[in-house]
Design a protein around this ligand. Structure first.
Ligand SMILES: Nc1ncnc2c1ncn2[C@@H]1O[C@H](COP(=O)(O)OP(=O)(O)OP(=O)(O)O)[C@@H](O)[C@H]1O
Length: 243
């Protein structure tokens, strides 16, 4: 497995209503070399920020992030070739009128031959059961179908690391199970944020992010238990927050 490392990473942005910068992530040092790494935590805790550092979509304010030894700032082009990123919102990723065209577009750099490109695109679509939707307008697909289409486009180029930002949010039970099984059989290293704690339990290692810091790092069942207890603290039976 490739290793993704974070060395004393901090991400801070200018704050509109304060002189102090807003700290999105702080003191993150990690070496991720397991096949399946999950990232869980409350809304706004910093999960997407952590994931976006892996393919250089966000640069650290201080510290370094590397993928297989390549710095995500200094070697960003190489890093992007090795890291496929699937966004939570598929419409921020799918740019072509149809899924087939989108998958072929992602293959354009790696596969120059048009016939081969069409064949590989067909394979990528088939793998996720999307061939029958391949020529339909992206805007006529359901949210879940679009989410799977975005995954197919990223998987088509066979990246070494697959980063998924909440991939199951729009999926129904059947498609969520399809996603689960697909991910289980991939050779890629997977780093995935999710609010779906069952998906988190499929991982080898789970990080719990709390207010921009890694609050727990370890076995999935323990991570989920720790997250549950922090997250639900102070919430009474009627849903009121008594803290
Ligand atoms: N460019 C930015 N400028 C200012 N604040 C930002 C920026 N990007 C993210 N934030 C803030 O940083 C915090 C962490 O955001 P992030 O998207 O990483 O959270 P998350 O854990 O992925 O949340 P969710 O589960 O809701 O998707 C949030 O408070 C968010 O509003």
């Amino acid at each position: 497995m490739p290793a993704v490392t974070f060395d004393q990473v901090r991400v801070a942005v200018e704050s509109e209503d304060s002189q102090q910068p807003k700290v999105l992530l702080d003191a993150v040092s990690l070496r991720l070399d397991e096949a399946r790494v999950g990232v869980i935590g409350a809304n706004g805790s910093g999960k997407s920020t952590l994931l976006r550092l892996v393919n250089g979509l966000i640069q650290p304010s201080s510290g370094t992030v590397t993928v297989d030894g390549d710095d995500t700032v200094g070697a960003v082009r190489k890093v992007r070739r090795n890291v496929g990123f699937v966004f939570t919102d598929p419409l921020s990723q799918l740019v072509m009128p149809t899924g087939r065209e989108d998958v072929e577009l992602s293959l354009r750099r790696s596969t120059k031959n048009g016939t081969e490109r069409r064949h590989l695109a067909e394979q990528a679509l088939e793998r996720l059961g999307l061939l029958n939707l391949a020529d339909q307008s992206i805007y006529e697909l359901s949210g879940g179908e679009r989410q799977l289409m975005a995954l197919a486009a990223v998987l088509a180029v066979n990246p070494r690391v697959l980063v998924l930002d909440e991939p199951s949010t729009l999926l129904d039970l059947r498609n969520r199970e399809l996603l689960r099984r697909t991910l289980a059989h991939l050779d890629q290293q997977i780093i995935m944020s999710t609010h779906d704690l069952e998906l988190a339990l499929d991982m080898d290692r789970v990080l719990v992010i709390e207010q921009g810091r890694v609050a727990f790092d370890g076995a999935p069942a323990e991570a989920v238990a720790a997250y549950r207890s922090w997250c639900l603290q102070g919430l009474d039976a009627t849903g009121r927050d008594s803290t």
